[in-house]
Design a protein around this ligand. Sequence first.
Ligand SMILES: *Cc1c(COP(=O)(O)O)cnc(C)c1O
Length: 360
Amino acid sequence: MGRIFNFSAGPAMLPAEVLQEAADEMLDYRGSGMSVMEMSHRSKEYGDIITEAEKDLRDLMNIPENYKVLFLQGGASQQFAAVPMNLMKNKVADYIITGQWAKKAYKEAQMYGKANAIASSEDKTYSYIPDCSDLPISEDADYVYICENNTIYGTKFKTLPNTKGKDLVADVSSCFLSEPVDVKQYGLIFGGVQKNIGPAGVVIAIIREDLITEDTLAGTPTMLKYKIHADNKSLYNTPPAYGIYMCGKVFKWIKKMGGLDAMKLHNEKKAAILYDFLDQSKLFKGTVVKEDRSLMNVPFVTGDEELDAKFVKEAKAAGFVNLKGHRTVGGMRASIYNAMPIEGVEKLVQFMKEFESSIK
Ligand SMILES: *Cc1c(COP(=O)(O)O)cnc(C)c1O
């Protein structure tokens, strides 16, 4: 049984040694006689697991003390509602539309207040990040919202928007822990973990304390109130316990690898191998403007749908799976998150070269 190179956009590859460790602990977690899946979330053992996970995440991201870390469920998509329900005190928020995920969040927010699309790159199939240095930020906006890395289109904000003093809310699902972050620049950072950290079902929210209040929109479900989860240290109800345990293991793996600075170098190196090849290939080309390229998701096309399909099929047979692009972009997309080894990208590029010369 071998592990193949999985270029899925999510759920995505996890480090093999993390999976192995979880396998070793599956039946008997450290002498407890049970799996973490079978454990009470109120037990001492589980208390240690979630406390340590939070501590390791705080260390990795250098999270200031006045920010809470919440382990939630419902996917990143649930946050599209939770964010306005908790933060729209004036019922106004500004959204920057850089792809489908941002657009979904924007549409969801419209149900709760006045959501303004203050910038968009939809005119060019979201292949760039708009200039956000001087946007018409609404005077009474409760927050400015971005999707920091656009999983489907392969763009990333290299500089954060100038929010003119408003709190920044960012969906970081597909760039979580891929490079260092200055948490202070944000009011709220959230992300589903299934792209870069752990199993689907866990969402992590990092939120500045003053934004956590009782004053939520009328009708906000208890389970969507940040204050409930903050007051109960993410144990208001049964959390996605096993998933959080896996996240904790990945945090330790990243620490062992050298933390977020090392992750960034590792990710830059991988992305450069692929982008450098794309830039000189006569067959394949990247779909995103250079300066906004994501380190995590790399979409590319041949310009010929049949050839794209042939490539995806042959790549799969050669052990490079899930390279088919999102249905709205077509072509291919290689997602090369933290756990993708350099070797995976090198071998993929080698395969692309061979494919290219077989076509000519
Ligand atoms: C995958 C993804 C989502 C959706 O996550 P779910 O957990 O499926 O709700 C939202 N935003 C971004 C940026 C994503 O990559």
